[in-house]
Design a binder for this molecule. Structure first.
Ligand code: 13P
Ligand code: 13P
Ligand code: MG
Ligand code: MG
Length: 380
C-alpha cells in the first residue's frame, strides 16, 4: 500500500517562556486531529512535543502537499492557539504567520516533513524533532547515517545500500537545490553542507532504486529565501532497516554531540543534546538545544508506537558531554564563537548601535581625538 507519512510542526505558545508546551494546548491539538481521523480523513495520527514546539504525525493516502492534510494541521494549530492565548502563554500563535490558510501550510510558519512510499513488509520509521536549533542541525547526522561507513556498517555490508545515497541540498539564500550522489560526490557534498548557515539537506534517496530514505523540514527556508530565516526548530523523518540504515546506525551520530546554531534567542552556538521525551524541556540559557527520536512501526498505515529511542542509558554519556560542552561555550558569554556572527543572529541591536555611533567613528590615520584633548589642555 502506498502511504504518506506527514509531520507538521509549530510553536504556538511556550510554557513557561520558550521552555515547554502546556498540556491543555497539546490536548486541544490532539483532539482536533483525532476528530479528523475519526471522520476517515487520516489513517492514523499522533502528537509529539519537543521544548515549546508541537509536531502532528499523520499517515494517510492523500500524497504530499495535500490541502486536506495541511488544512487539518492548520486548524489544529489555530484551535491550540486559542487555548494558548487564553492562558497567555509566551508567543501564543508565534508560528502561524498568516491570518488565513490558503491550501498549504508551507510559508505560513509551520515546518513540514512528508514522504510517500510503498509500505514494506516491515516499515520502521524514526521521527527526529529538535528545539532551539535549525534544519541545518541535521546536516552532520544525515551525512554520517547515509554516507559514512565508519558510522553505518550497512553501507559496506547491505547490497541495497552499497550503491550509496543521493542528497538533495538546498541553498537557503537562493532557494535553489542540487542533488549530489555519494560516495562519488561525497567531497562536493561535504564542501556544501559543512556551511550550515547556507546549505541544508532537504531529502536523501537510495541510489539502488531511487527510494526516499529521509526528509527534513526546510520549506519555510526556501520560501522566504533571499532573507535570512535560518531558525526553525526542525523535524525529520528517516526510514530504517532492510536496505536503509539500521535503527542503531541512525541513532549513532547523536551519541557524540556536536555544535549547532540556535539556543538562546536563536543567536548562539550550542551542543545538541539527545533526550527522552520527558527531558525535552530546554531551560538552561533556554537550552542547550534538544533532540528527541520517536520510533514507529507502520502497519497498513497505522502508527505502532512511538517508542522513546533516546530514553536509553547508553545516551547518558552524550547528555553529560553536551553539558560539558555547554559549560565551555557559556564561558564565552556574549562573545563569538558562542554568540553567532551578526549576520546569522535571529535578531540583533547592532544596526541601532551603529546608527547611534554614526559620526563618532573617525579615521585613525588622519585624526586623533586624544591629541585634540592634550592640545586643548595646553591652551587652558
Ligand atoms: P536488516 O538488514 O534486517 O535491516 O538488519 C540489520 C541488522 O541486523 C541491524 O542491526
Ligand atoms: P523558540 O525558537 O524555540 O521559540 O525559542 C526562541 C528563543 O528566543 C529562545 O531563547
Ligand atoms: Mg518559542
Ligand atoms: Mg521552539
Amino acid at each position: 500500500m502506498k502511504i504518506t507519512f506527514s509531520v507538521i510542526k509549530a510553536d504556538i505558545g511556550g510554557y513557561v517562556g520558550h521552555s515547554a508546551t502546556h498540556p491543555e494546548v497539546v490536548e486541544k491539538v490532539k483532539e482536533v486531529v483525532k476528530g479528523e481521523k475519526e471522520k476517515g480523513n487520516l489513517i492514523d495520527c499522533g502528537i509529539l512535543t519537543c521544548g515549546d514546539d508541537i509536531a502532528i504525525v499523520m499517515t494517510h493516502t492523500h500524497g504530499v502537499d495535500s490541502e486536506l492534510v495541511h488544512g487539518i494541521a492548520w486548524k489544529a494549530f489555530e484551535e491550540g492557539t486559542k487555548v494558548a492565548k487564553k492562558l497567555k502563554l509566551y508567543g501564543a500563535g508565534q508560528d502561524l504567520l498568516s491570518e488565513a490558510f490558503s491550501g498549504n501550510v508551507k510559508g505560513l510558519g509551520p515546518g513540514v516533513a512528508e514522504m510517500e512510499f510503498e509500505e514494506r513488509p516491515s516499515e520502521p520509521v524514526i521521527v527526529f524533532f529538535a528545539d532551539k536549533t535549525s534544519p541545518s542541525a541535521w546536516n552532520l547526522p544525515l551525512y554520517e547515517m547515509f554516507a559514512d561507513p565508519m558510522n553505518t556498517a550497512g553501507l559496506v555490508i547491505d547490497p541495497k545500500m552499497h550503491d550509496g545515497f543521493t542528497f538533495e541540498v538546498l541553498d537557503v539564500y537562493t532557494g535553489k537545490a542540487v542533488k549530489l550522489s555519494t560516495p562519488a560526490e561525497l567531497y562536493d557534498l561535504l564542501a556544501l553542507i559543512g556551511s550550515v548557515s547556507k546549505y541544508v539537506v532537504k531529502n536523501v534517496y537510495r541510489n539502488f532504486d531511487g527510494e526516499i530514505a529521509a526528509t527534513a523540514s526546510t520549506q519555510r527556508l526556501s520560501l522566504i529565501a533571499g532573507q535570512y530565516v535560518g531558525k526553525d526548530d526542525p523535524v525529520m523523518i528517516v526510514r530504517s532497516q532492510s536496505g536503509f540504515p539500521a535503527v542503531g546506525e541512525i541513532l549513532e551520530p547523536f551519541a557524540r554531540p556536536w555544535i549547532v546554531e540556535g539556543w538562546m534567542r536563536g543567536s548562539h552556538n550550542g551542543p545538541l543534546m539527545p533526550t527522552s521525551f520527558k527531558d525535552a524541556r530546554p531551560s538552561r540559557f533556554d537550552g542547550p538545544p534538544r533532540v528527541i527520536a520517536a520510533g514507529y512501526q507502520v502497519a497498513e498505515g497505522k502508527l505502532i508506537g512511538p517508542t522513546d529511542l533516546f530514553d536509553d542509558p547508553a545516551f547518558d554519556r552524550a547528555r553529560q558531554k553536551a553539558s560539558e560542552m555547554a559549560n565551555i561555550l557559556r564561558r564565552q558569554g556574549i562573545f563569538e564563537p558562542h554568540r553567532l556572527p551578526a549576520e546569522e543572529m535571529e535578531y540583533t541591536s547592532l544596526p541601532k548601535v551603529l546608527q547611534k555611533l554614526e559620526g563618532r567613528f573617525y579615521d585613525t590615520e588622519t585624526h586623533s581625538p586624544g591629541k585634540e584633548l592634550i592640545e586643548k589642555e595646553d591652551m587652558d
